[in-house]
Design a protein around this ligand. Structure first.
Ligand code: SF4
Length: 356
């Protein structure tokens, strides 16, 4: 029988001043008829405990719209709050407790560079190129794909969205995560020789032979997992299953047993047998919560430390409290508003995805 050590993770979520937590609870109760708080899986424990709904970015936005509450507080990163605003009704307002909490990956694709590359690609071929953006992108990029007959994908549906795009064109421009792009393309059987990473401009020949063009972005958390981490965990825990997020590098994904979105990872572990053992390659707050939630399974992080999303962690109880106080006083300092013209095409791209 394999013997597993417990308590491998050295990571513990920070706990805040109890007085602040009490104040949030009281204010949340007072505002409850008009308020929904959303918490992304990567939020720290003392923030996510106040979330009415937890999940990944798209599910959170959809739930918030369905719940019809006037004030939506998004404990996540900026593009997620933009996404909620794009989908929400006109009488709903979306807030983020720290306006600087952006996603490093989303910030790697700016609209001017994307339009310049698009012009280069489309003028270099007569074939139809379909732009696809991962939901982890700014509202501008969502607008761009919506306007150019493209679509949005999540890490759960990227494979299906590739099929959709290939039915409408013969090439894909995938933004902004090169690793979700390459992992999905490889899983669809697209040869690596037909995948071009846009760390330089492709020449005419490269445009002709490539089927998928990948923006050169990445997640600063998931990119850090290495093949050595996989090997180390397999040696330490013979028989362990390794599941990683689709934003990890292609080497790590290939060496793992499974890859997918945060929801896929949670589902896989939830449905696994008692006594099973997992090494999980994703943000450490989520891994720690899984470890705590399933004491009858061995769940360890794929690597020891430093796998925290710095910008997700910018949302603190103090800032959440401040936002709730602003809502009560009708102050809109932390309201996220996407311009109407951007919203229109961004929503078009989102609706194309939701219709599938
Ligand atoms: S974990 Fe990565 S993709 Fe997710 S918000 Fe942080 S930087 Fe962005």
């Amino acid at each position: 029988m394999i013997k597993y050590e417990k308590g491998v993770s050295a990571f513990k979520s920070i706990e805040s001043d109890p007085a602040i937590l009490d104040e949030i609870a009281a204010l949340k109760e007072e505002l409850k008829d008009d308020l929904v708080i959303l918490g992304h899986h990567y939020q720290r424990n003392d923030v996510i405990r106040f979330a009415d709904v937890t999940g990944d970015s798209l599910i959170l936005s959809q739930k918030a719209v369905e719940m019809k509450k006037k004030h939506i507080v998004f404990c996540g990163v900026y593009f997620m709050a933009e996404c909620a605003d794009i989908l929400s009704d006109d009488d709903q307002k979306v807030y983020i407790p720290d306006m600087r909490a952006g996603c490093a990956m989303a910030n790697m694709a700016n609209i001017k560079d994307v339009e310049m590359i698009w012009e280069h690609l489309t003028s270099g071929t007569k074939e139809k190129i379909i732009p696809v953006t991962y939901i982890n992108s700014s509202a501008d990029i969502k607008y761009f794909v919506g306007k150019n007959d493209g679509i949005i994908c999540t890490s759960s549906n990227a494979s299906r969205i590739f099929d959709w795009a290939m039915e409408r064109g013969s090439k894909i421009l995938f933004l902004p995560d090169q690793f979700l792009g390459i992992n999905t393309a490889i899983s669809k059987g697209i040869p690596e020789s037909a995948i071009f990473t846009l760390d330089r401009l492709p020449d005419e020949k490269a445009i002709e032979v490539s089927q998928v063009f990948l923006w050169n972005g990445y997640c600063s958390v998931h990119k850090r997992f290495t093949l050595d981490d996989v090997t180390k965990r397999r040696n330490e825990y013979p028989g362990i299953k390794i599941v990683v997020h689709g934003e990890c590098t292609a080497d790590v994904v290939k060496a793992s047993d499974a890859f997918g979105s945060t929801s896929t990872i949670i589902k896989m572990i939830t449905e696994s047998e008692k006594g099973s053992a997992w090494a999980v390659g994703t943000e450490q707050h989520l891994v720690q919560r899984l470890t705590d939630r399933f004491p009858d399974k061995t769940i360890v992080p794929l690597a020891e430390s430093g796998f925290q999303c710095v910008t997700m962690s910018m949302i603190t109880p103090e800032k959440l409290l401040n936002t709730l106080k602003e809502i009560k006083e009708d102050i809109t300092e932390h309201e996220v508003r996407v311009a109407t013209e951007i919203k229109h095409y961004a929503k078009t791209a989102l609706i194309r995805m939701l219709a599938l």
